[in-house]
Design a protein around this ligand. Structure first.
Ligand SMILES: [Zn+2]
Length: 278
């Protein structure tokens, strides 16, 4: 990858983490992140920095992968010659349609099929992103890594993603940058840059609680694991905001924790997010 593209990818990740932290925990004390963002922006060539700031104002994803010759954000089929140039990475390229920066990548986790069929009625609310089969009322996991694996494997087994190992690796890598655990025993681990499909959410409950991050005092009891395709980056923040809002209520968390079966957990999730996830 071109060094500038590499800096942009890392910058994008930090900025998304900053947005997530603000949304999920209301934290505004993010000096360390802000510092890294500042330092990294300074590394960019002047022209690229101006462009990046302009693009970032419009959308959280300003640098996206090219996969199978297509811009992962807007879906434009790129000329073969441009794809070749992006692969060689001698300079930094932009999508001719959406203007986002582009980089070449191989082997991303891929979402396979399983979207709602055309004949099915249009779903609303959280049902657009999840399903009863993606609920675990009692996680077997006793650690953070095991919890992420358990939820990722469930998505794989039910045909929502392939390359589950890669999904787990990416989920754990994200936790190393900054924990996704927030107050109230909630955590929002996730994997971005998944190819194809839509946003997918799995939910696992562990009433005993597990230690999710080094800096978090509370044990995590409610784990929302999300897989986020590039074009859904912005929407993911809205879903995160909805979930954080719903489950800032102690009664709502208690309802999740009391669900004993997949079916009950699914019902509670739908009910509690009815007004926050649209
Ligand atoms: Zn594009």
């Amino acid at each position: 990858m071109h060094p500038t593209a590499n800096t942009l990818v890392q910058l994008q990740e930090l900025l998304l983490i900053r947005d997530e932290s603000k949304i999920s925990s209301g934290t505004t004390k993010l000096e360390k992140l802000d510092k890294s963002v500042g330092a990294m922006s300074k590394e960019l060539p002047q022209e690229t920095r101006v462009l990046f700031q302009k693009l970032h104002k419009k959308d959280p994803s300003f640098i996206v992968p090219v996969s199978e010759g297509v811009c992962a954000a807007c879906g434009l089929k790129l000329p073969i010659s441009l794809v070749q140039e992006i692969k060689l990475a001698k300079e930094i390229y932009q999508c001719p349609s959406c203007a986002r920066f582009l980089y070449f990548t191989l082997a991303m986790p891929r979402r396979v099929g399983k979207g709602p069929r055309r004949s099915e009625p249009r779903k609303a609310g959280v049902a657009r992103f999840s399903a009863e089969v993606l609920m675990i009322p009692r996680l077997e996991a006793k650690t953070r890594d095991a919890a992420i694996s358990e939820l990722a494997v469930l998505m794989g087994e039910n045909g929502y993603v392939d390359n589950v190992d890669k999904l787990i690796d990416e989920g754990l890598r994200r936790e190393q940058i900054m924990t996704t655990a927030v107050g109230h025993g909630l955590a929002f681990p996730h994997v971005r840059r998944v190819e194809g499909g839509g946003l997918t959410l799995a939910l696992g409950i562990t009433p005993k609680g597990i230690k999710f991050g080094p800096g978090t005092k509370d044990l995590t009891k409610i784990v929302f694991f999300m897989v986020i395709p590039t074009p859904a980056s912005g929407f993911y923040l809205k879903l995160l905001a909805g979930l954080a809002e719903s489950f800032s209520s102690a009664a709502a968390r208690k309802a999740l924790m009391s669900a004993k079966t997949q079916k009950d957990l699914w019902k509670v999730l739908i009910k509690e997010t009815r007004s926050t996830v649209k």
